[in-house]
Design a protein around this ligand. Sequence first.
Ligand SMILES: [Zn+2]
Ligand SMILES: [Zn+2]
Length: 118
Amino acid sequence: MKLSEHFDSSEFACKCGCGGMNNGAGVNHRLVQVVETMRQLCGCPLELSCAYRCPDHNTEVGGVWNSQHVYGEAADVQTPPGYTPLELFKIAEKAGADGIGIYEWGVHVDVRGYAARW
Ligand SMILES: [Zn+2]
Ligand SMILES: [Zn+2]
């Protein structure tokens, strides 16, 4: 199911294949907006290495118990070719993400309702 101009619900679905949170369609709408805005600012496709995670899968990948991923409020965005993680971090800020974490593979963005940076 199409959630925004460039993203399909399957891209937000739990990677364990459980089909939880309506197979990705039930994620927070503001999260979809943030990722879509990042996509438009980058001007190139963005790959989500993970978005919604069911509690079991979250435990499996070592996520913290209160991870925003479990609430369908977070996505991990891989740095696209031609960008650095820091550039992607700045794009995430412009796109209005609440929580932003920078990693060597890219950035974690979430819509937790207040600003957090790491
Ligand atoms: Zn799952
Ligand atoms: Zn994350």
